[in-house]
Design a protein around this ligand. Structure first.
Ligand SMILES: NC(=O)c1ccc[n+]([C@@H]2O[C@H](COP(=O)([O-])OP(=O)(O)OC[C@H]3O[C@@H](n4cnc5c(N)ncnc54)[C@H](O)[C@@H]3O)[C@@H](O)[C@H]2O)c1
Length: 309
């Protein structure tokens, strides 16, 4: 049995850091692809040179073509422009759609059996675009956003309570925009409902900070967007698939009636295993939560409509 193969398209901040997490976890061999000549090659060689120190056996190669990606088990797509202060994720749609269309076709030509994991923004719309352009079953086109957004919520709760991040379980639905729907009702600290540990007002503040969490980092960095947590998020998805872990994680997936939504890619809890999305979990929601989901879905639909597919 050979090693698994993970290709990462886009060797920028998110892509290169994803390669780092994947190598550190020894998930398989890694191919880093970018249009910029020298960047993927240099970053891949540098990462491989860390392997004797860190003790991971993963080959890491960088390339500006696609032949080296042939036969990938997983392809992570991070190529595209990130936002700058004052920009919304939607502002990236025009430029990133052209990049995603060309990347998806080149990837699929060489790895027709792969699982695509999308990171490029606007995330839900780019996942939809990749799903439609690739012709793959929906189980094999998965967007990363919910893991990041719940990680932010969990981090803020841990900071507020002064407890281990490990003890915080949280869930979130919806699109990867400021209308995402964190679900405090499904959030616990070692099994204790969050509402028993924090006031309603404090929870609302943390939810609000989570919704604007991407913008908070963009405003601090000024030249790009978050990358440590986003890349860790997509590697958690890759690990769940490569190790057939059957993890329950919030991911962006094409819906066909679930949550009353059709023909949209949207963040929902799914079971991730070797086949990709192995099932979608439908939660019972209150009327208020349903209204928030509908609002989030409306803004994702609006963005998808702009693709004019
Ligand atoms: N889903 C999420 O939660 C999430 C989180 C953070 C960032 N993002 C998105 O991820 C994307 C990447 O962010 P980043 O910070 O790594 O940006 P970056 O600018 O550091 O890297 C993007 C890379 O893509 C490359 N690229 C552009 N066109 C390409 C093509 N046709 N083929 C191959 N490579 C190409 C660029 O040369 C660049 O190196 C952005 O769209 C950003 O908005 C999403």
């Amino acid at each position: 049995m050979g090693r698994k193969k993970i290709s990462i398209i886009g060797a920028g901040f998110v892509g290169a850091t994803a390669a780092h997490w994947a190598a550190a976890k020894e998930l398989g061999d890694i191919v880093l692809v970018d249009i910029l000549e020298g960047i993927p090659q240099g970053k891949a060689l540098d990462l491989y040179e860390a392997s004797p120190i860190e003790g991971f056996d993963s080959n890491v190669i960088g390339t500006s073509g696609y032949d080296e990606t042939r036969g990938s088990d997983i392809v992570i797509i991070t190529s595209g422009v990130p936002r700058k202060p004052g920009m919304s994720r939607e502002d990236l749609l025009g430029i990133n759609r052209r990049i995603i269309e060309s990347v998806v076709s080149q990837v699929l030509e060489r790895s027709p059996n792969t699982i695509l994991m999308m990171v490029t923004n606007p995330l839900d719309t780019m996942t939809y675009l990749a799903f439609k352009k690739s012709g793959l079953p929906r189980e094999r086109v998965i967007g990363m956003a919910g893991i990041l957004d719940t990680a932010r919520f969990r981090a803020f709760i841990a900071m507020e309570l002064g407890v281990s991040v490990e003890d915080i379980q949280a869930l979130l639905l919806g699109g990867h925009g400021d209308e995402m729907v964190p679900l405090p009702r499904y959030t616990t600290v070692s099994g204790i409902p969050l509402s028993q540990l924090l006031s309603r007002e404090k929870i609302d503040q943390l939810v609000d900070r989570t919704r604007k969490g991407g913008g908070e980092i963009v405003n601090l960095l000024k030249t790009g967007s978050a990358f440590y947590a986003p890349s860790a998020g997509v590697i958690q998805m890759a690990e769940a698939v490569l190790k057939d872990k059957k993890r329950l994680l919030p991911c962006c997936v094409y819906l066909n009636g679930e949550y009353g939504l059709k023909d949209i890619c949207f963040g929902v809890p799914v079971k991730l295993g070797a086949k990709g999305v192995e099932s979608i979990i439908e939660l019972e929601l209150t009327e208020d939560e349903k209204a928030l989901v509908a609002k989030s879905a409306e803004s994702v639909k609006k963005s998808i409509t702009e693709l004019k597919l």
